[in-house]
Design a protein around this ligand. Sequence first.
Ligand SMILES: CC(C)(COP(=O)(O)OP(=O)(O)OC[C@H]1O[C@@H](n2cnc3c(N)ncnc32)[C@H](O)[C@@H]1OP(=O)(O)O)[C@@H](O)C(=O)NCCC(=O)NCCS
Length: 184
Amino acid sequence: MPKDNDGVIIRAKLATDDDACVAVMERTHAVDGYPRYWPAKPAKFLRAQGETDAWVAADDDGPESRVVGQVALHRAEGEPVLALAQEATGLPAARLTVLARLLVHPDARGRGVGRALVRTATERAHASGRRAVLDVLQSTTGPARLYESEGWTRLGPTSLDLSGFGYGDVPPLQLWVYLSPAPG
Ligand SMILES: CC(C)(COP(=O)(O)OP(=O)(O)OC[C@H]1O[C@@H](n2cnc3c(N)ncnc32)[C@H](O)[C@@H]1OP(=O)(O)O)[C@@H](O)C(=O)NCCC(=O)NCCS
């Protein structure tokens, strides 16, 4: 069932949403530097291999509906967050899930869309018996404030070596790892 937040609907992401999500990511890359490096296959970057769930935020449910944001959950196996998340929770990788690819179009910010996407993904994680974790660029502060205001805890730093991802000779990403609040 889609959720309505101040005129913004959160619903499951469809294959037909891919282009619109890439268009939002073009804006966040230009405005916020997220993602840090533009991927060669942007739709595939947004639909990573480990994706298990994904949602979009749309500003209307009708024919004029426009996608203004998205978020996904990814399998935790092999993700840079895994070591810290397991150390903190004692859970196996299968009981962890990574909240990823959170984006809100700059024109739609400050209306609670990001918060609604984070809540939707966290609720799904908890409802399916998984604890959510995430990583966020240390160089950005807005997203971390959002996660902290939702009760997420910073576990510590990690880094992601990008060699082999096709971005050329770039330094590793410096990240913070966050853990979702314990399921209520
Ligand atoms: C982070 C992001 C998703 C927030 O989207 P949003 O729809 O504006 O977020 P919300 O309106 O739900 O804001 C929720 C809270 O986040 C915090 N926040 C969001 N953006 C912020 C900013 N730029 N600076 C400081 N705090 C910010 C605030 O605490 C805010 O609560 P408040 O409005 O009650 O003060 C959006 O800025 C974005 O897409 N950024 C670029 C992509 C990115 O960095 N994604 C995160 C990858 S880990």
